[in-house]
Design a protein. Sequence first.
Length: 626
Amino acid sequence: MNIIDASIIAIYVLLTLFVGIWVSKKASKGLNSYFLGGNNIKWYFLGLSNGSGMFDISGTALMVGWLFLYGAKSFMLMWLWPIWNQIFIMMFLAVWIRRSNIMTGSEWILTRFGDDKAGRASHKIVAIFAVVAAIGFIAYFFEGVGKFMTVILPWDLTLQIGNSILFNSEQSYALIIIFLTTIYTIKGGMFSVVATEVLQYGIMVIAGILVAGYAFFAFSDADIANVITNEWKNVFFGWELDTHWDASKYQAFNDLVDSEGYKMFGALIGMSLFKGFFASIAGPTPSFDMQRILSTKTVKEAAYMAGFTNLILFIPRYLLIGGVVVIALVVLTPEMIANPNLTGADLEIILPKVINFHVPVGIKGLLLAGLLAAFMSTFSAFVNAGPAYIVNDIYKKYFKPIASDKHYIKASHIASFAVVGLGVFMGFFADSINSLTLWITSALFGGYVAANFLKWIWWRFNGWGYFWGMLAGLIVASLQFLLDQNKTNFTDGSLLYELSNVSAIYLFPIIFGFSLLGSFLGTYFTAPTNMEVLKAFYKNVHPWGFWKPVLNELKKDDKNAEKNSEFWLDMGNCVVGIIWQSSMIILPIYLMIRDYPKTLIALVIFIITSVILKFTWLDRVRKLPN
């Protein structure tokens, strides 16, 4: 590594630590200050922070591999998360969530189900889910940053005692970066997280623009056209993927498409749409994006923040991804095609290989700093979010309800170290970024969807229904993860072997079904939630759905109480918003591969949908109370 690049990275790390620790004194005023920034952080800073937290290094490496192999339509693989849950949050969920005026997602549950035995059961299960999800994501980041750093940096950090390897180089690098990030995150809470993430967002944008600019001017249109086909450029698809690559030169890539599990693309996207609709209405999982919503000053600012997150995230991220893929298509393709045994792991190291060998000095340092920033920002967001549930929703509520602010902040530090430690431990046993991605997005979140979908729309759904629905989903999701991790131990042809080799996304309906069954049985065999709790919730949050008995009771006290009739407007806005979001993804992709007609079409779609949302969403938000 050139001294210039190494210096840029060192300056970035020192600057991040300085900013994070410098603002940390603001976090010492109490739990609200530590976990929500005292609700005093500007909405646009929170939006930048939220976008920065979603710009993670593991996901970026995965998306580079997907775009390289599958072409423009690969952006739909992002629907596995589903990324357009951010559109649902922007259109109506941010407003619903922020009206609660509480600290965490599980505390929010008590406003829906009450603080009785049933409510507390639902409160505990969502807190447990939040901690499990945070640990899972930390394992995901641990796996990603380790692979990235070993390809980029020249030093072998393998720690060996005798003939036994204690830590391999990937694990050592990951531990160092995680340690540095944990220091300022734990010390400064939300203030440090937001301050450093705003800095990190700026670095990521600069890195993305520089890489895109280099790829645009260093390689000709003919260089790119010589590698990719019209099918690679096509965003439309049938039930099964057509041949993406020239079979005479790149058949190894076609074979890899067949083996990666996404060949039945129509079925995959159909399942993603099915899952995505329910997952998006279920709302954000109890993690960092929910913390950003709860950290805003007002309901109006919560909506602004959610919209701003969508606006600032995708174009710079896909300029970076598109630039890296263009370099890989022209430079790495011959090297990769010479490998007779291509696997998904080869796709995951395209990003670090491009940076290591094919990016100029200076740009390389900024890009490395930007991707390191991407990791640190996402990691710090989860380290801040997960312990909030341990301290505020478990320790404070059930074990030590009365203590000083200093005591609770010290407990938060201990909880943060515990969450990081468990996540790192789990990361040691992860097979790949892709396996963790599929488990988190399809299995773990599959157990979350049913109960959290019902909580918004159905008045009769109660705390026990929520508890059993979540528990059933989590149990089945955990069994799926154990099967996946032990599939090499099962006999070929056995039932366990077949189940362990089914892609997690196709198991979503089974997980969803068990969770739905638990939700209904738990609800129907127990008493309804107290009507006064339901009236207070409906009056405050005012969701649409099946709330007629509650509305009728409200009208006895307030004749002006009205039903929320904006379901179709919200759903229409979500459809427009998904198209708007998609245009921001495919626009930089088409620009980078020099398909100017399709770039122009994407730009026109972006402008038209922006104008529509100005009238159907932004003007409505402006009328909300401050």
